[in-house]
Design a protein around this ligand. Structure first.
Ligand code: CS2
Ligand code: MG
Length: 404
């Protein structure tokens, strides 16, 4: 089965998605997601100008050899651009292989390890009252696990807030320059325990509560954060501090039993090594789109299992419905599954990517269509050309550039 064509599409049905379609000489084709929010065109060029021409003529069944060919063969290993491109190829080839086997991908991976996939949704609001309303809406739509982000009194723009009340959170803004936001660690740390106290007092203990710190704290501040929310039993605190110096997570661990999730910005197993070997985290957030596709994620999850670390894949809506489909197949199979993020998509996005996955009662299922069970409507995509957009940056109140 030879690869006849590999095409890259950038489409913007409200936000930009990069989609790879690989077609074979036997008529089967597969899709992969290569979206790297705010840096989309770098991956488009990496694929179009460098990898796609080398794919044509290769045997589409040799997924592992193709992965190694682009990983080792590129010489410049790793990095988000390279790995997003490799990920999309890997996803598309697994799609083709599963279609050829006439199986949904999770069957080909080894079969279902569970009946359905627990997902968490995003509850946001600019005030505690707005958060309580949005939380009730999430409960009513079935979610059993809810991430909670709230505006911080006295801070003009916090991470994780929807632009309109009740709307979906979308961090990127249109245009070629990033929006600038202001951050105050002191105000945040003083406010957060009150938020979780209000949630637990109103809604009780039955849901899983999650929170994303989005790399904003230093290790000792993260330790204080973790301790201060222990009475509210969080499922996890996410990205408490940047994970470049992984040894600094030891300090957080010495002070708190609040579980830690890290890894949405990681792109290979090497980024996970120390955090896992020293058991400094509890959940690994890598995704099929940025960490080497299904093949990369399998290696990471098996390594994580040695340390009883479970998966909790990034599933923000800046990862396309193709990524969501691949993630759900992976989640159905992976033995050490923890949870999956699911923010949902707009109608326009869903129309562009017809799919077999479904959501009910706080859980998802990838469906039983052969392959990934997701398609890409190329014709419709012509109506949604690329629109430049950027992720924001954050500054402290005195103007110092901070981690967004
Ligand atoms: C986030 C994302 O979903 C998450 O946990 O941290 O919202 C992240 O900011 C975006 O994916 C960046 O593109
Ligand atoms: Mg996050």
């Amino acid at each position: 089965m030879r690869i006849a064509k590999a095409d890259v599409f950038v489409s913007c049905p409200g936000r930009n998605f990069v989609t790879l379609k690989i077609s074979t000489d036997c008529g089967l084709s597969g899709v992969g997601d290569a979206t790297l929010n705010g840096r989309e065109l770098a991956v488009v060029s990496y694929l179009r100008d460098h990898l796609c021409p080398q794919l044509v003529g290769r045997d589409a069944q040799q997924i592992e050899d193709i992965w190694q060919y682009f990983y080792k063969g590129g010489y410049w290993r790793r990095g988000p651009v390279t790995m997003s491109a490799i990920s999309a190829i890997d996803m598309a080839l697994w799609d083709i292989k599963a279609k050829a086997a006439k199986m949904p991908l999770y069957q080909l991976l080894g079969g279902a390890s569970r009946e359905r996939v627990l997902v968490y949704g995003h509850c946001t609001g600019s005030t505690i009252d707005a958060v309580l309303d949005d939380y009730a809406r999430h409960q009513a739509s079935g979610f059993k696990a809810i991430r909670v982000q709230c505006g911080i009194p006295g801070v003009a723009s916090s991470y994780g807030l929807a632009k309109q009340q009740g709307g979906k959170y979308e961090p990127a803004s249109k245009g070629k320059r990033p929006e600038e936001q202001i951050w105050s660690t002191e105000k945040y740390l003083n406010f957060i325990p009150t938020l979780f106290d209000k949630i637990r007092s109103r809604f009780g203990e039955k849901d899983h509560l999650l929170h994303d710190i989005h790399h904003r704290l230093t290790p000792i501040e993260a330790a204080r954060f973790g301790k201060s929310v222990e009475p509210y039993h969080l499922f996890w605190m996410e990205d408490p501090t940047p994970a470049e110096n992984q040894a600094c997570f030891r300090l957080i661990r010495q002070h708190t039993v609040t579980p830690i999730a890290v890894g949405e910005v990681f792109n290979s197993i090497w980024d996970c090594k120390q955090l896992m070997e020293e058991q400094l985290i509890d959940y690994i957030r890598t995704t099929v789109t940025h960490a080497g596709g299904i093949s990369g994620m399998r290696r990471i999850a098996d390594f994580a299992a040695l340390y009883q670390i479970r998966t909790g894949s990034h599933g923000a809506s800046d990862l396309s419905p193709v990524s969501m489909a691949a993630a759900l197949h992976f989640d159905m199979w992976v033995p050490n599954f923890g949870i999956q993020e699911y923010m949902g998509y707009s109608e326009a996005m869903l129309e562009l990517f017809p799919r077999s996955w479904s959501f009910a009662d706080g859980y998802m299922h990838p469906g039983d269509a052969p392959g990934l069970g997701v398609d890409f409507n190329e014709k419709l995509a012509e109506q949604y050309p690329y629109e430049p957009a950027c992720l924001p940056i954050a500054r402290l109140e005195d103007g110092t550039l901070w981690n967004w």
